[in-house]
Design a protein around this ligand. Sequence first.
Ligand SMILES: Cc1ncc(COP(=O)(O)O)c(C=O)c1O
Length: 382
Amino acid sequence: MTSPAPAPAAKPIPFIDLQAQRARLGERIEAAMRKVLAHGGFVMGPEVAELEKRLAAHCGARFVLSCSSGTDALLIPLMARGVGHGDAVFVPSFTFTATAEVAALAGATPVFVDVAPDTFNMDPDSLTRAIATARRLGLKPRCAIPVDLFGQPADMDDINAVCAAAGVWVLADAAQSYGATYKTRRVGTLAAATGTSFYPSKPLGAYGDGGAVFTDDEELYRRMTQVRVHGQGRDRNENVCIGLTGRLDTLQAAVLLEKLTVFDEECAARRRIAARYDALLQGAVVTPAVRADRSSVWAQYTVQSPARDRIVATLAAENIPTSVFYPRPIHTQPAYRMFPVAEGGLPATEALARTVVSLPMHAYLADDDQERIAAAVRRAAA
Ligand SMILES: Cc1ncc(COP(=O)(O)O)c(C=O)c1O
């Protein structure tokens, strides 16, 4: 007797489908890149200034400084403000490493803050406790870096108010949220300075590394332009401060200029896809909460479930990738264990690390693929 033929493997679904976007924009992007190859201004070519101008018009910030990565988009403002030894920088632990890394790179002490369990963003009450913790440890409360996790702006009015009362400067980590809105304003204008990332998988992604800092503060902008290029003063023979090789490549600026032309449309598609996930997954898992006064750009669509590991395994067996952001909070990592955490600990962070899972999400996700993903999640979570 012959055994039945195995079921054909289900078609793989990409986690983020950059090729779908390339099919739409590829010709235009390649023409823009050829233009850069022809003019040869690979470093600080005309496309860089043009991108900065377009981004300023897009989000409403007075000044935009493009730079080499989202990490440098946080490090450059810290260096320009002189944040360093003896200073406390308040960061969530439930985020990508770079948020805490830049505090340590600047020579300051990262102090870890808990997040709200439903939005994943910095909890202003935990921030208040962290400021008290820092003072008790003899550190100067200097800067807070709230993160707009998975694309939704943090509680910026509350965080700005806590920080203003404590004399703490606010640098928003918008690596995942460029394009989102908070009340009547766009990300890029919600804090004294904002850093974003153009890493390829971000909602506005380049074809390599890149980032930008947004601010309305002219003096900060001036100092950041110096830090971006080795602390250069009036010319290349004058160094007025310690700096970096922090520039955005012209080729990446050319790519981003093309992608920016369809970006708002892509953000709207992401919002439609997220709403559809909400409906398809209702009751099976905890779907992400977005506050009524803001919008997300859905860098990730992240659900919570006690059956998280079964969901990951079931979807993997059906050729559907998932990602866990973040299974190991930063304050538990070997490189960061010695840094302080807010009084009261980080219970929400530690619980989320055990239950979150992110599903495939991009502006070109097809309805039938999304139905297949949701059906697999429902089966695994049942
Ligand atoms: C929250 C957050 N901050 C900072 C960064 C750093 O950005 P980049 O990878 O462009 O250096 C990232 C990138 O993944 C991020 O997600």
